[in-house]
Design a protein around this ligand. Structure first.
Ligand code: SF4
Length: 427
């Protein structure tokens, strides 16, 4: 007899045991976030207090900026500065004074800490306080750490936004704050959708400049657009704001679920919701169906890198027909990742943190069709015959919300398509 029962609903992965490993890890440091943050916050300057290595990382990662007046730089601490920390403070003060004199357009200055031991010993919070007193109200000086010892590359944004939360103005207004740096064009699409749904007032963090209306208080509700904002989430809750948990807005399903959570909060009717979302949902579904064709039936293995892994695994398994073997993330935070874990079909190994050699062994043994990992692992794995996708591309490319859903699937499809073309050519 044929079983006509529908398949059981996905049990999800939210309560599944998580493999936790701590060992050597292969990730970029939090300084990398400056590359997208300096584009977003248009009156900011990011001054890395670091070594020549930090300067090289920034220069090579953001080489195109030589054509523009840069909005980041590195104050290099030489080994000799170790001799006297007071001298290092005086040197930093002098560098900042020169910078602000030369660049009156700077309204927000971020001092960004790094790994060298001489920087760790320097109290940047004291420096930021001293400078705020000297330059307020024209310039606000904040500090955070982008050190590779403490942060993976997307945590740089988290640390930066978390540093901004305590100095946001207080408000009692009932407002929605959308948190996470999105490319301007994507942010405008999102604001358009929220406005069409009648949801507002909407504030964003980070705002494009210091004069924005972004404020926080006990009547603020906030939604995250990036799954790596754990510290910012905690900082906002400390200011009395309430988080609206939702799957992240990747793909048609994630975007709809994210918008629906906000719509419920703001009392939007189902009719309005359907009327506003129907056309973009259809476009997104069509774009994903087309772009995901090479992905269907293939397996994927995520190394922990960007903290986007869980929502992306949900997108690839539920909308693109892939199966996930392992979904690794640097950190798994139930309050933030729970709704995506609930939707992720049971089956993959969930892992948090990394012992890279052990994880490489698991990956080789599983021999996935696609491996999502950092740059450092991609080349060796490609040499071993595995197809890889660089996780860092996922934060440099517009991938959120309906209009980018097809591009998101294409990003993953490209390595598989390349491999099949090369395979055909080699035959
Ligand atoms: S912060 Fe640390 S890991 Fe990052 S570039 Fe500087 S020295 Fe290297």
């Amino acid at each position: 007899m044929t079983n006509q029962m529908p398949p059981p609903p996905s049990l999800g992965c939210r309560s599944q045991p998580i493999l936790k490993q701590r060992g050597q890890r292969e990730v970029f440091c939090g300084l990398t976030g400056i590359i997208w943050l300096h584009r977003k916050i248009q009156d900011a300057f990011f001054l890395v207090v670091g070594s020549r290595t930090c300067a090289h990382l920034l220069q090579s990662a953001a080489g195109v900026m030589i054509f523009a007046e840069p909005r980041f730089g590195t104050a290099i601490l030489e080994e000799s500065d170790l001799a006297g920390l007071n001298d290092a403070h005086a040197e930093l003060d002098r560098t900042v004074a020169e910078l602000l004199e030369r660049r009156p357009d700077i309204r927000q200055l971020f001092l960004v800490g790094s790994c060298p031991s001489e920087v760790i010993k320097l109290d940047l919070s004291r420096a930021a306080e001293r400078m705020t007193q000297a330059y307020a109200p024209k310039v606000r000086v904040l500090e955070y750490s982008g050190s590779g010892i403490e942060t993976t590359f997307t945590q740089g944004e988290d640390a930066c936004l978390a540093a901004m939360v305590p100095v946001l103005p207080e408000t009692d207004a009932q407002e929605l704050m959308v948190v996470g740096a999105l490319p301007d064009v994507v942010e405008d699409q999102m604001l358009g959708l929220l406005s069409d749904l009648g949801i507002g007032p909407v504030r964003v963090l980070p705002a494009r400049n210091i004069d924005s209306d972004t404020a926080v208080g006990p009547n603020t509700v906030f939604a995250l657009t990036q799954p790596f904002l754990g510290d910012t989430h905690a900082a906002l809750e400390r200011r009395g704001a309430r988080h609206i948990a939702a799957p992240f807005p990747f793909g048609e399903e994630g975007t709809t679920a994210w918008l629906r959570a906000l719509a419920r909060e703001f009392g939007v009717s189902d009719e309005t919701f359907d009327a506003v979302t129907e056309a973009p949902r259809r476009r997104a579904r069509q774009a994903v169906a087309q772009a995901a064709e090479p992905l269907s039936g293939n397996s994927v293995f995520f190394f922990p890198d960007s903290q986007l892994e869980i929502p992306l695994a949900r997108f690839l398994t539920r909308e693109c027909g892939m199966s996930a073997i392992e979904v690794g993330s640097p950190y798994i935070h139930d309050g933030i990742h729970g709704p995506d874990l609930e939707l992720l079909p049971a089956g993959p190994q969930l892992s948090e943190g990394q012992d890279v050699d052990l994880q490489l062994d698991r990956c080789r043994e599983a021999s996935p069709d696609l491996t999502v990992c950092g740059l450092g692992l991609a080349n060796p794995l490609e040499a071993e015959g595995l197809s890889t996708k660089w996780a860092i591309e996922l934060v440099f490319t517009p991938v959120h919300f309906y209009e980018q859903a097809g591009d998101l699937a294409s990003l993953f499809a490209r390595p598989l398509r390349r491999k099949s073309i090369l395979g055909v050519a080699a035959e």
